[in-house]
Ligand binder design. Structure first.
Ligand code: TYD
Length: 270
């Protein structure tokens, strides 16, 4: 392990009022690590706010229920009519709901907590929207830039732990095929921008689905996760000072100690 450069040592700041986020693809272990870090900081007498996105506020939990509910992102085939049954939240609607959740969260929880000197530990934040919606879902976020700059950018994490695992490992660790985000990617791949009332479009989609082999959904999931991971890699490349990349395939204890070492190098903790 390399010595801490004196410049880093000198620039260490107080941990009070710090905003720390955890990111990574589904199954990377960030939720566990966020909790372990919060517990350790509490044991060091820090006042910690543990929160998450989507769903860090009551309104956010209601948004989460809409945005991630399987009932809003499913495709199934009706046995009686052999017709494809589709009810999918539009990707842009989903994007706007993630942003709505975040704006509520910043104003209600994150900013007040930072201002009162608490340490905020958040399981996912805006990087998730860049990685999942921009890279994974290939949505254009440019049109929303003024809103993001006004409402979200000023509340920037001081430190982000990106737990990086590869797509295969993510699939081993979770039933991500059941994840609404993955189901949505399946629809995206098949061309989700169809008119829900339009039988022809649905039939075309149905034919595509019937023609797809069993392994195809898995390939779609892997491709989708790969794009998200690429998104995190691009974010990391652009801001290595803020985003710390950690090998999430290591054991829970190893990852925990890397995180702690990192935190104590950047902040006055002990
Ligand atoms: P998360 O709560 O981290 O998943 P889990 O329930 O497994 O702990 O996140 C839920 C899903 O929401 C996850 O698949 C990623 C997705 N997501 C986005 O697509 N965009 C976003 O901006 C956020 C915050 C989450």
């Amino acid at each position: 392990m390399s010595d801490t450069p004196s410049s880093t040592r000198n620039s260490r700041r107080a941990l009070k009022g710090a905003f720390i986020t955890f990111e990574g693809i589904d199954g990377c272990g960030k939720t566990t690590q966020a909790r372990l870090l919060a517990d350790k900081l509490k044991a060091h007498d820090f006042s910690v706010v543990e929160t998450r996105e989507p769903g860090g506020t009551q309104i956010g939990r209601e948004i989460r229920d809409i945005v991630l509910a399987t009932r809003n992102t499913f495709i199934s085939r009706s046995l009686s009519s052999d017709r494809l049954n589709i009810r999918a939240i539009q990707p842009t609607s989903q994007l706007l709901l993630f942003l709505a959740d975040r704006i509520q969260h910043i104003n209600e929880i994150i900013r007040p907590a930072i201002e009162s000197g608490k340490v905020v530990i958040c399981d996912r934040y805006h990087d998730a929207t860049i990685a999942y919606q921009k890279y994974g879902g290939e949505l254009n976020l440019d049109i929303l830039e003024p809103l993001i700059t006004e409402e979200i950018t000023p509340t920037k994490p001081d430190l982000t732990f990106w737990l990086d695992i590869d797509e295969g490992k993510a699939r081993e660790r979770t039933h991500i095929g059941d994840s609404p985000a993955i189901q949505l990617s399946f629809l995206l791949e098949l061309g989700a921008n169809f008119d829900l009332e339009n039988d022809i479009a649905i039939d075309k989609l149905s034919a595509k689905l019937i023609n797809s082999t069993k392994s195809r959904p898995q390939q779609i999931q892997l491709r989708y996760l790969r794009r998200i991971r690429k998104g995190y890699a691009a974010l990391h490349k652009a801001d290595k000072n803020r985003i710390e990349k950690i090998d999430g395939s290591k054991t829970i204890e190893e990852v925990q100690s890397i995180i702690w070492e990192n935190l104590t190098r950047r902040f006055h903790v002990l």
